[in-house]
Design a protein around this ligand. Structure first.
Ligand SMILES: Nc1nc2c(ncn2[C@@H]2O[C@H](COP(=O)(O)OP(=O)(O)O)[C@@H](O)[C@H]2O)c(=O)[nH]1
Ligand SMILES: [Mg+2]
Length: 298
């Protein structure tokens, strides 16, 4: 019986064979290590010298790479670690151990726990912080780092998202899908070291990748947390309507004539739309709650 499967996504990483060697050293020879490889021939040859099973990735991107590896995994626990040498295998061991605490079905490593000097630029820190905050608000979670390259989950949690088609949201793709199905997520502090030798492979332009992540976080929360989305939009519309309305009334009181019919109509419309949006949020929230309840009872 395979108890643990570790998926290693790699794209031209010089450090990959060392990471794989370390995995066998820490977890033992019987561990299932699956490398999902998008490298050129030079790097491929080095990978083939290791004991890991290598899957050649035909699709693109980190998310597809992990999904392909996870689908092949046979372990009761399914985990991943990046091949770029920025994470420690000992930390992956801690993350996997934390799965047995009984309070989470998905555990990731929080890189802000022990962030080494030069491991993350100031702008990436801000970007990661914002995306983690957004994720937490949308999915009502309490992660400290939503974009870790080290995480582990129970097989039953993965089975529930197995058929999902990955979208470009990095680790957040997995965290969104896991959260939407009601599993418990947490993270524990780990060490994150600077990348040595080569630059990031995950996206051509990281700010655009970040925007895609933010978009997906909100997009999928619409089905998960409609009250927050529709309620938030509704409140903004109502406030805009009230401000415009106050302006029209102020003018009327000052001049004694109602000269701004157009503005008054727009203010009224904004408030009605806002009110409808809030009501939509409540109704969708209620329907979602009912459907979750039925799901639970089945
Ligand atoms: N198979 C595969 N691996 C990838 C791809 N993009 C990135 N990786 C690997 O995924 C891990 C994380 O990527 P990295 O460039 O370090 O992202 P960063 O840490 O966010 O800068 C590394 O081991 C990369 O080699 C891809 O398209 N396919
Ligand atoms: Mg990296």
């Amino acid at each position: 019986m395979v108890r643990l499967s570790i998926i290693v996504p790699t794209k031209d990483e010089r450090t990959a064979p060392d990471v794989i060697g370390e995995l066998y050293k820490v977890f033992g020879k019987d561990t299932e290590v699956i490398v999902v490889d998008k490298s050129n021939d030079t790097f491929r040859k080095e990978l083939e010298k290791t004991d890991a099973r290598i899957i050649r990735q035909e699709s693109d991107g980190y998310e597809n790479a992990l999904m392909e590896g996870f689908r092949e995994a046979r372990g009761d626990v399914i985990a991943t670690i990046d091949a770029d040498g920025t994470y420690s295998v000992r930390d992956l061991e801690k993350v996997i151990a934390a799965l047995s605490d009984g309070d989470a079905d998905f555990v990731s490593g929080n890189r802000f726990g022990h962030l080494k000097e030069g491991a993350m630029s100031a702008s990436l820190k801000i970007g990661n912080g914002f995306l983690t905050w957004l994720y937490n608000v949308m999915y009502r979670r309490k992660l400290h780092d939503a974009l870790s390259g080290v995480f582990a989950m129970k097989r039953k949690a993965f089975e529930s998202i197995k058929e999902e088609l990955p979208y470009r949201a990095g680790t957040i793709f997995f965290e969104i899908e896991i959260a939407r199905r009601g599993w418990r997520l947490k993270d524990i502090p780990i060490t994150y070291a600077p990348r040595m030798g080569s630059s990031s492979k995950i996206a051509r332009v990281k700010p655009i990748y970040g925007l895609a992540m933010a978009f997906h976080s909100v997009r999928y929360a619409r089905d998960y947390n409609p009250l927050l989305i529709f309620g938030g939009i509704g409140i903004i519309l109502v406030i805009a309507g009230l401000v415009l309305g106050a302006f029209v009334i102020g003018n009327y009181l000052a001049t004694g004539t109602l000269s701004e019919i157009g503005r008054a109509l727009i203010a009224f419309m904004l408030m009605v739309l806002g009110f409808l949006s809030i009501m939509t949020g409540f109704i969708l929230d209620l329907l979602l709650e009912i459907s979750r309840d039925m799901h639970r009872k089945r």
